[in-house]
Design a protein around this ligand. Structure first.
Ligand SMILES: *Cc1c(COP(=O)(O)O)cnc(C)c1O
Length: 375
């Protein structure tokens, strides 16, 4: 129950177990053709969605270096570990970063984006970079509103890290006017790590033509060109493509609405289950991520709870990062997760809290709350 790598369905594992095939064969081209269509479906877009062999960070870095130029001014939203990472990537490429920061656990303040964008009369800001679901804290940022402010600016691009929101909640690329969306296979895709995805709008491609940041492996031009012929610039992870085809088929048969509903139910059930046993949610009320729920453990080192849940029940929870280590634990409910998984993890946490003498209620209260929320 960590937010990535997430559980992988057997169908997907079996698809991967095939012998690899030549990446320039027509057999492989038909896989690429099919997955290209499926990826557009998942992103709710008619834009190109390109596939990179690399982790989610590669897709995000690609989005940044293919649309911007040295010295460009950009806004980075930073309210967690991943927000921090995009500031580092931008700085590494010599971009001029305006950080909009927020305390970890709190969503980004959309009004700050609006004010800075409105004050930018000379249109110096070239991009607004936002982490939609901040996995490190379990906060979902209001990407839709931020994107609206960027659209009113008329010149800047919206570059979104949707690594733990895509396939978990609604991220309609075209409808929200998002210019770049980055994601990774080991999250909502229900796949092993190794592939990442970057979707680019027409506006992003226009910016690509102007962009002068150095790039080679992550130059999206060749990805776009070869993608039109159902191919790739380099040898892709052929077996992960088999997995992608199978995983997206499963997602299509469940349907986007159903997938979003399932994640939303699991988020609320987890929240209610934890609250019912006296545990505190770390993310601000109303801003809990559909992918992950963070629990603030005030009177005890969160690592103790994590260790007991692992040792006694073989369930892996995520810990806190940086200054949150020992302060929070995180329950992932992203991807291939069902109601049984949610009830099981809550039962395990209840049992552990009870054995520690820290269960604030009757054992079973958490399950009861979660079960009734699921219903
Ligand atoms: C997992 C994750 C990433 C990508 O990390 P990689 O380890 O490079 O795959 C990016 N952003 C968020 C919010 C994530 O959760």
């Amino acid at each position: 129950m960590i937010p990535g790598p997430t559980p992988v369905p057997e169908t997907v594992l079996k698809a991967m177990a095939r012998h690899p095939i030549g990446h320039r064969t027509s057999e492989f081209q038909s896989v690429v053709q099919k997955t290209n269509k499926q990826l557009q479906w998942l992103h709710q877009t008619s834009n190109d969605v390109l596939v990179i062999t690399g982790s989610g960070t590669a897709a995000m870095e690609a989005g940044i270096i293919n649309t911007l130029s040295r010295g460009n001014k950009v806004i980075c939203g930073n309210n967690g570990k991943f927000g921090e990472r995009w500031v580092k990537v931008c700085s590494a490429y010599g971009l001029d970063v305006i950080e909009i920061k927020e305390t970890w656990g709190t969503p980004l303040n959309t009004e700050q984006f609006r004010k800075i964008l409105e004050a930018d009369e000379n249109k110096e800001i070239k991009a607004v970079i936002v982490t939609h679901s901040e996995t490190s804290t379990g906060v979902i940022n209001d990407l839709k509103t931020i994107s609206k402010h960027v659209q009113n600016h008329k010149s800047a691009l919206t570059i979104a890290d949707c690594v733990t929101s895509l396939g978990a909640c609604n991220v309609p690329m075209d409808e929200w006017g998002l210019d770049v969306i980055a994601s990774g296979s080991q999250k909502g895709y229900m796949m092993p790590p190794g592939l990442s995805f970057v979707a680019m709008s027409d506006r992003a491609w226009n910016a690509y033509n102007e962009s002068n940041l150095p790039k080679f492996y992550l130059d999206l031009g060749p990805y776009r060109k070869t993608s039109k012929n159902n191919s790739n610039p380099f040898t892709p992870s052929v077996n992960l493509y088999f997995a992608l085809e199978a995983a997206l088929e499963m997602m299509q048969s469940e349907g986007l609405e159903q997938i979003f509903k399932r994640h939303s139910r699991h988020r609320y059930a987890t929240q209610e289950g934890m609250k019912a046993i006296g545990m505190s949610l770390y993310a601000s009320e109303g801003y809990g991520s559909p992918a992950i729920t963070s629990i603030l453990t005030k009177d005890i080192d969160a690592e103790i709870i994590r260790k007991l849940v692992k040792d006694r029940f073989d369930i892996l929870l995520a810990g806190g990062q940086d200054h949150l280590k020992g302060k929070i634990f995180r329950i992932g409910h992203l991807g291939f997760v069902n109601d049984r998984d949610i009830l099981t993890v809550i039962a395990a946490i209840e049992a552990v809290m009870s054995s520690l003498g820290m269960h604030h209620g009757k054992v079973g209260d958490g399950i009861a709350a979660a079960a009734s929320t699921l219903q």
